[in-house]
Design a protein around this ligand. Structure first.
Ligand code: NDP
Length: 333
């Protein structure tokens, strides 16, 4: 059983020095427990936050512990009444090739010819849940509104934009690079896309959302958030989903200087954590799977084949913007 453990807390971008690679015998399940052979590991920007000490919405990964990660795998040994060998499951298995579990938080899923395993870490997993509850509950989206989403060609962002299109909204995506922007407009049906690497976002928003923004779904924070604040409409909702542009910062990021737009426009800004919606995942999964089957929404997964040892490098792709859609490491063992 190969593992990647957190060896030290990173400053800035996590380099190889923060990781330790270990190997142990494959675990044997005790009574009421099971063992999963991990097939796919989800790469999440939030992992960077889990590596930091201090209070957050989950405890930090301890030094020396296996790095926390969501994953997909197959039950290979079970002493648990609810799980049989051969069951396929998602859960928090960590960055390792085998995980032992008491079954809590595990979800049985059934991949098929139409639905590959990685989709249960994407549209049909935490990514889809985040987009769904962030946009509909926190964002309180109404039909026909104007939605702007940053990180738009990423896992969550690409789902947010498509959900808003289903609700008849005008959708503007902000993403890095011409290929990503073309994909959003040509393939996913976004009304416009802004390449933040080459365009002045504030100016481009004036053209792309001439009547202003009703919902700004923020995945990146920083200057892009600040630019979006200048274009709010009266009663706008700013959904704070994430702030990837600041996750590796070594200095505290500057505050959004345009926050008084919230006052002027009687707008609100609200953060959320998807885990708080766990008791409603079923509702969202059913609706998302329905739209997927009807061809009204697409799930794109960016699958990288490799071993557990490749995790540290693959994680950095998120911060370079190498991924389009949901980044997943598929273990070749
Ligand atoms: P993505 O698939 O969106 O991957 C990250 C993307 O962020 C990259 O592809 C890159 O795209 C973009 N990016 C990286 N660095 C920067 C930067 N400096 N400025 C602007 N964009 C940047 O990841 P996810 O969809 O998994 O996550 C998206 C966001 O949602 C994250 O902030 C994450 O923390 C948050 N999240 C929050 C949850 C919650 O419960 N609140 C749950 C899950 C995710 P590009 O090429 O366009 O730069």
């Amino acid at each position: 059983n190969h593992q990647v453990r957190l060896a030290a807390r990173p400053t800035g971008t996590p380099g190889p020095e923060v990781w330790e690679h270990t190997s142990e015998p494959v675990p044997v399940p005790g009574p009421g427990r099971l063992v999963v052979r991990v097939g796919h590991i989800s790469l999440d920007p939030a992992m960077r936050g889990w590596m930091n000490a201090g209070r957050s919405y989950v405890p930090p990964v301890e030094i020396g512990a296996v790095m926390r990660a969501l994953g997909f795998g197959e039950v290979v040994a079970s002493e648990h009444p609810d799980f049989a060998v051969g069951d396929t499951v998602t859960g928090i298995f960590g960055v390792q090739s085998y995980a032992e579990s008491d079954g809590s938080g595990l979800q049985k899923v059934t991949p098929s010819a139409d639905v590959p395993p990685e989709r249960y870490l994407a549209l049909l997993g935490m990514t889809g849940m985040t987009a769904y509850f962030g946009l509909f509950d926190v964002g309180a989206l109404a039909e026909g509104e104007t939605v702007v989403v940053s990180g738009a060609a990423g896992a969550v962002g690409s789902v947010v934009g498509q959900l808003a299109k289903i609700k008849g909204c005008r959708v503007v995506g902000i993403a890095g690079g011409p290929e990503k922007c073309a994909w959003l407009v040509d393939e996913l049906g976004f009304d416009a896309a802004i390449d933040y690497r080459t365009e002045d976002v504030r100016k481009a928003l004036r053209t792309a959302a001439p009547d202003g923004i009703d919902v700004y779904f923020d995945n990146v924070g920083g200057e892009i958030l600040d630019a979006a604040l200048t274009r709010l409409r009266r009663g706008a909702r700013v959904v704070i989903c994430g702030s990837i542009s600041t996750y590796n910062a070594t200095e505290p990021p500057p505050g959004p200087s345009n926050y008084m737009s919230l006052l002027v426009n009687r707008a609100r800004m609200e953060g959320f954590v998807v885990f708080d919606y766990a008791d409603r995942y079923g509702e969202a999964a059913t609706e998302l799977a329905g739209w997927l089957a009807q061809g009204r929404i697409r799930s794109r997964e960016d699958v990288v084949d490799g071993t557990v040892a490749d995790f540290p490098d693959v994680l950095l792709r998120l911060f370079r913007g190498d991924n389009t859609g949901k980044l997943v490491l598929r273990l070749t063992r």
